[in-house]
Design a protein around this ligand. Sequence first.
Ligand code: TPP
Length: 386
Amino acid sequence: MSERSAPGRGSGAPHPDAGLEAATKNEVQHLPSDSPVRFVTPDGELAPRAERNGYEFPSEKLLLSAYRAMVVGRRFNTEATALTKMGRLAVYPSSRGQEACQVGGVVVLDERDWLFPTYRDTVALISRGIDPVEALGLLRGDWHCGYDPMATRTAPQCTPLATHMPHAVGLAYAARRRGEDLVAMVYVGDGGTSEGDFHEALNFAAVFNAPVVFLVQNNRYAISVPLSRQSAAPSLAHKGVGYGIRSEQVDGNDAVAVVSVLSDAVAFARTGRGPVLVEAHTYRMDAHTNADPVGRYRDASEAEEWIERDPMTRLEAYLSAAGVLTDSDIKAANDAAEDFATGMRPQLNANPEVHPLEIFDYVFAEPTPQLREQRSQLEAELAQEA
Ligand SMILES: Cc1ncc(C[n+]2csc(CCOP(=O)(O)OP(=O)(O)O)c2C)c(N)n1
């Protein structure tokens, strides 16, 4: 636990109704740091201690597992993008450049915790141990969701912006009322913070003290719309403050800082002291998806500049200089990533056998009249074609 969250420390396991009385509210510092929390400079050197804003250094073990997962994640991003070019994947929203956030939000979770991802967050899914082929089910167009959300404690990837946020809050609040101490980690983009569901979720979470960590990956663009056209707030982290949520901003390309701030946020939420919002400043190095003409709204030189702040090279440089990572560890991580990518290829090259009518199953426990009608329309069309 960091100095920063110390005021509420020791509150112990919460009463299931703890949300109704946020005892620590007045003691909690809600305002984010003036500049994003940082541990490591882009060159891989230690940043001045003051930039940590009181957060603690993560363990070497956690950083090493984050590093390995990031190497796999980077390789997965290139493989999935290649699969779109070969026509094996309908669409892929790459998170290249955002691997510190993708992995950082997952390595701080326990098995009991829930993850609520968006379409951008497939690397977070594989970092949680979800089979890569199952993780690509939605983007391949086979299923609404290719993995079992209950077994993996991972909600389906959400395509409508921010609609998963109230779900996460509801799940976390219900779990707390049942006496469980799980935390829900919600990923959302900068564009998602302009949606009504974002604001409703934050308000509910704050009023009912729900154990949720909102991770805003501010990658600078909502497709082609730059941040300056999306928000006039001093930072996206400030959006949490208005709801009474402890909020923080972090350098999202510094994996050490991301892991530290998010570990602290998860511990804070787990001990019943309420939700936390973390804005991670990062950059989407690739296009929004493979179908996006990125050159029409941003300069190639901008992406070039961010290469210097690449989260992978930064963590690698830091861990190597600290003597935690050797050349053979780096090679082993890259070999494992290569095996991972080649391992998923045969399955993705095979044609999936999915019955078209299955698209209507599992949408709701009880299908709506509209779904039933659509299902019979398609059934009739298929019968005609047969
Ligand atoms: C409710 C809703 N409105 C519009 C869209 C269309 N849309 C898809 S992605 C996107 C931009 C999202 O940007 P951001 O939240 O920053 O996430 P990123 O894609 O950058 O990860 C928009 C507007 C949508 N999916 N859902």
